[in-house]
Design a protein around this ligand. Structure first.
Ligand SMILES: Cc1cc2nc3c(=O)[nH]c(=O)nc-3n(C[C@H](O)[C@H](O)[C@H](O)COP(=O)(O)OP(=O)(O)OC[C@H]3O[C@@H](n4cnc5c(N)ncnc54)[C@H](O)[C@@H]3O)c2cc1C
Length: 403
C-alpha cells in the first residue's frame, strides 16, 4: 500500500513523539504520520539508575501506543530506504510513503560488534552494561554481588549516548562498594577513549576529585577492542604519543559503554553527512534543516546537531524543528526567520547515591544553567530532581508536547 502524508516522522522515540505532540498543539489540522517499528517506548535515562539498583527496569518502559498522539497515523514498520529527490521513503516491508516534509529522528545505533567477543560475553560472567534494557538489571546484580577484586569501566573514543552515563554508573558502583565497606578491596579502573573526563574544564576538575575520592585509576585515550570472557580480560588500544600500544586488563566485573553511530540505513542513505564514518543526518546545526534537502529536518541522537546525544538536547531541539518546519510550510525563508538551536545539552553527573553535579552547556562548553546555582557543586537537590521529577516530567509533559 502506498500513502502520502504532509509530515512524515521517522522514529517515535523521545524526539519523534515530542515533535509530533508539539506540532499538533500549534496546529491540530496537520496530517502527520510516524514510522516506528517498536511496540514499546523506553525512558533510557532511567537505565543508569536501574544499574545502580534505584529504579525497577519495568518502570522505564511503556506501550508506544499510549504516547502516539491520537491524531497521528502510526505506521508500525521500520524505514529502510530514502529517496529525498522524490520525497519518498521505502519501509522494511516494502511500503512506499511520500511526504511534503520529513523529520528524521530514529536514534542512534549501538555498535556492540565493533568490539571482538563483546556481543557473546554480554550479560553473563560479570560483563554488563546499562545501555541495554535487557542487561541493565544484570549490571546491578554484578554490583550488589561484588565482594572485592578488579572492576573495569569503559567509554568509547567517539560518540556514546549520554556522555556522562559511563561515569555515572561507575560512581554509583564505587559508592555502593564504599557503603558496603569493600571499597578498599576494589581495584576500579576507568578506560576512556577521551582525553579528559568531561570536555567542560570546570566540571572536569570536579570529576577529577570524585575519581580520587573513590581511588579510581583512569587511563585516557583507551579504546576497548576485545573482550576475552574465558580468561576475563579486556584488551584496549591506548594512544601513547604518536603511537598506540595494547593494554590488557584483568576483570572480575566489566561494564561496557558502546560506541554510537547513525543506524546503517541512515549511514548508507543520501541523507547522511558525506564520507562521515558515523553517518549522522547532515543538517545545519542551528536551524536543524537538512543542508541539501530543504524539506527534511532532523533532531535527536541521529542528527549531527552536536556531539552530545541526550534527551536534554532533544528538549531544546524539538521546539526549533517545530517553529522552523511550520515556517517552511508557510514558505517563509529560514535564513530570514530562523529559530536556532544553541547547542544546549545537560549531563546530570551522578557522583554517588544522593549526589549530582548538573552540567548544562553548549557547543562551545559555555555554561547554560537552568537554575541560579553553582553548576560545579555536587547537590542532593539535583538528585531529587533526576530521581523523582524527571521520569514524571518525561512521560507527562515532554511526550505530551507540553514542555
Ligand atoms: C543508559 C543511557 C542513559 C542516558 N542518560 C541520559 C540522561 O541522563 N540525560 C539525558 O538527557 N539523556 C540521557 N540518555 C540519552 C537519551 O535517552 C537519548 O538522547 C534520547 O532518547 C534520544 O532521543 P531520540 O528520539 O533521538 O532517540 P530514541 O529515544 O532512542 O528513539 C529512536 C526511535 O527510533 C526508532 N527506530 C529505530 N529504527 C527505526 C527505523 N528503521 N524506522 C523507524 N524508526 C526506527 C526506535 O524504535 C526508537 O523508538 C541516556 C541514554 C542511555 C542509553
Amino acid at each position: 500500500m502506498n500513502e502520502h502524508h504532509q509530515i512524515l516522522i521517522i522514529g517515535g522515540g523521545n524526539a519523534g513523539i515530542s515533535v509530533a505532540a508539539q506540532l499538533l498543539r500549534r496546529n491540530s489540522k496537520l496530517d502527520i504520520a510516524i514510522v516506528e517499528p517498536s511496540d514499546k517506548h523506553y525512558y533510557q535515562p532511567g537505565w543508569t539508575l536501574v544499574g545502580g539498583g534505584v529504579f525497577n527496569i519495568n518502570d522505564t518502559v511503556r506501550n508506544e501506543a499510549d504516547y502516539i498522539p491520537p491524531q497521528v497515523k502510526w505506521i508500525k514498520d521500520g524505514a529502510d530506504k530514502f529517496e529525498p529527490e522524490k520525497n519518498l521513503i521505502i519501509t522494511k516491508s516494502g511500503e512506499q510513503i511520500t511526504y511534503n516534509f520529513l523529520i528524521v529522528c530514529c536514534g542512534a545505533q549501538l555498535n556492540w560488534n565493533a568490539v571482538k567477543g563483546l556481543s557473546e560475553a554480554l550479560g553473563k560472567n560479570g560483563v554488563c552494561s546499562i545501555y541495554r534494557f535487557d542487561i541493565a538489571p544484570y549490571t546491578y546484580e554484578c554490583i550488589k554481588n561484588f565482594t572485592g577484586g578488579k572492576v573495569v569501566f569503559t567509554q568509547p573514543a567517539g560518540f556514546n549516548k549520554c556522555g556522562g552515563a559511563p561515569q555515572k554508573i561507575m560512581y554509583l558502583a564505587a559508592d555502593n562498594f564504599r557503603k558496603r565497606g569493600i571499597l578498599e578491596k576494589s581495584d576500579i579502573s576507568f578506560f576512556t577513549g577521551k582525553p579528559g573526563l568531561l570536555r567542560v574544564k570546570e566540571i572536569n576538575e570536579v570529576l577529577l576529585k570524585v575519581v580520587k575520592r573513590y581511588g579510581i585509576r583512569v587511563t585516557y585515550q583507551a579504546t576497548l577492542i576485545e573482550v576475552r570472557s574465558k580468561t576475563r580480560e579486556a584488551v584496549f588500544e591506548v594512544i601513547k604519543g604518536d603511537g598506540k600500544e595494547q593494554v590488557t586488563a584483568q576483570y572480575d566485573m566489566l561494564h561496557v559503554s558502546p560506541l554510537a553511530s547513525a543506524p546503517d540505513f541512515i549511514k548508507n542513505s543520501p541523507l547522511a553527512v558525506k564520507d562521515d564514518p558515523f553517518g549522522w543526518v547532515d543538517i545545519n546545526r542551528d536551524t536543524l534543516q537538512h543542508n541539501r534537502y530543504k524539506n527534511v529536518f532532523s533532531l535527536g541522537d541521529v542528527s549531527n546537531a552536536g556531539d552530545t546525544k541526550t534527551g536534554a538536547a532533544v528538549h531544546k531541539q524539538a521546539p526549533v524543528v517545530v517553529k522552523n518546519l511550520l515556517a517552511a510550510i508557510e514558505r517563509k525563508s529560514l535564513t530570514e526567520l530562523p529559530d536556532k538551536y544553541n547547542g544546549y545539552t545537560s549531563c546530570p553527573l551522578i557522583t554517588g547515591y544522593g549526589k549530582i553535579v548538573l552540567a548544562e552547556f553548549d557547543h562551545d562548553n559555555k555554561f547554560l544553567p537552568t537554575f541560579p546555582l553553582d553548576p560545579t557543586k555536587e547537590r542532593y537537590s539535583m538528585w531529587l530532581l533526576i530521581r523523582y521529577l524527571m521520569p514524571w516530567f518525561y512521560w507527562n509533559r515532554i511526550l505530551k508536547g507540553k514542555s
